[in-house]
Ligand binder design. Structure first.
Ligand code: ATP
Ligand code: MG
Length: 268
C-alpha cells in the first residue's frame, strides 16, 4: 500500500476579488514508503499547493489525500516540512536549541532531547557548531539545522519545498549529497519540490512532472533506477534520463510562457 495517496484531488483558490482559480484539478499520485519523490513543473503550476495539501496546511476542495490509510485533515507529527530559506529558525536560540525546540514543546526531558538533538546535528554534519546562533551560520549550515530540526521530531515523511534554491551551486551540491546520505541512513519517505531537472535526477527514485496550470495534474512519472555512480551529470545513463524528463517538461514551459503573455481573463 502506498504511504501517501492522492486521489482525484482538486484545489480551487478564491482570489481576493472573489473569482475562483482552479490551481490543481483531478490530481492523483501514489508515493510509496521509502520513495524519494521529486515533483517538477513550471512556475505557478501548483507544486507548492500539492505539498501544502499533503502537509495539511491547505484543504483539498475535492478528492482525497491519505497517509498510511488515514485521511489527512491537518498538519501532523508524521510529516515534517522543510521550507525554502532560513526564515523559520529562531534567532535567539543556538543551533542545538533550534533542533531541540520541537522536542521541548512536546515535553521531552532535557537530557533525552539534548542527546537526540546532538545525534541529528551530527547526522547533518555540524558537530562542533552546536552553540552558534543562526546569525553566525552560513546559508548551507542554516539549511542543515532546519533539516536536523525536522528530523529530530522523527516524522515518517519529509516534505521539502525547493529547500536548496537559495544556495550557491557548490553548497547546493554538498547539500544534495548530505540529503541522500540522510535518506539512506533513515529510510524516510521524501517529497521534494524542485525546478532543477539535474537536482531531481541526482536525488530521486521517482520523478513526477506536472502540466502547466491552471487545472494542473501529473503529466508523467519517471522511475529513476540509476546506480549511485550513474548519478553523475556526465554519465550516459544520466544524460538519457535528463533527455526524457526534459522532453516532458519542455512543452509545458512553452505553454506556461504563452499563457503568461495572454491577458489574465483568457487563462480560465
Ligand atoms: N492562497 C492562494 N490564493 C489564490 N491563489 C493562489 C494561492 N496560492 C497559490 N495560488 C495560485 O495557484 C497557482 C499554483 O501556485 P503554487 O504556489 O502551488 O505554484 P508552484 O508550482 O509552487 O510555483 P513556483 O514554482 O513558482 O513556486 C498559482 O497560479 C498561484 O497564483
Ligand atoms: Mg512553489
Amino acid at each position: 500500500m502506498a504511504l501517501v495517496k492522492l486521489a482525484g484531488v482538486s484545489k480551487v483558490y478564491k482570489s481576493l476579488k472573489g473569482a475562483d482559480y482552479h490551481a490543481v484539478k483531478d490530481f492523483s499520485l501514489d508515493i510509496e514508503s521509502g520513495d524519494f519523490f521529486c515533483l517538477l513543473g513550471t512556475s505557478g503550476c501548483g507544486k507548492t499547493t500539492v505539498l501544502n495539501m499533503i502537509a495539511g496546511f491547505e484543504q483539498a476542495t475535492s478528492g482525497e489525500i491519505r497517509i498510511a490509510g488515514n485521511t489527512i485533515r491537518g498538519p501532523g507529527v508524521d510529516r515534517g516540512v522543510v521550507f525554502q530559506g532560513d526564515d523559520s529558525l529562531c534567532g535567539w536560540l543556538t543551533a542545538l536549541g533550534n533542533i531541540e525546540f520541537g522536542l521541548r514543546m512536546r515535553g521531552m526531558a532535557r537530557k533525552e532531547r539534548s542527546e537526540k538533538a546532538r545525534y541529528y546535528l551530527a547526522l547533518v554534519g555540524l558537530q562542533g557548531q552546536e552553540n552558534k546562533y543562526p546569525s553566525e551560520l552560513s546559508g548551507g549550515m542554516k539549511q542543515r539545522i532546519q533539516i536536523a530540526r525536522v528530523l529530530a521530531n522523527e516524522p515518517q515523511m519529509l516534505l521539502m519545498d525547493e529547500p536548496f534554491a537559495a544556495l550557491d551551486a557548490h553548497t547546493r551540491t554538498e547539500m544534495q549529497t548530505e540529503l541522500i546520505n540522510i535518506w539512506r541512513a533513515t529510510g524516510k519517505t521524501v517529497f521534494f519540490i524542485t525546478h532543477d531537472i539535474d537536482e531531481a535526477i541526482v536525488l530521486s527514485t521517482k520523478i513526477g512532472v506536472m502540466h502547466a496550470g491552471p487545472g494542473s495534474k501529473l503529466k508523467g512519472l519517471v522511475d529513476i533506477d540509476l546506480l549511485p555512480e550513474e548519478r553523475d551529470r556526465t554519465h550516459d545513463r544520466f544524460v538519457d534520463v535528463y533527455r526524457h524528463v526534459h522532453s516532458l517538461i519542455r512543452d509545458e514551459v512553452a505553454i506556461a510562457l504563452k499563457r503568461q503573455a495572454l491577458p489574465t481573463g483568457s487563462l480560465q
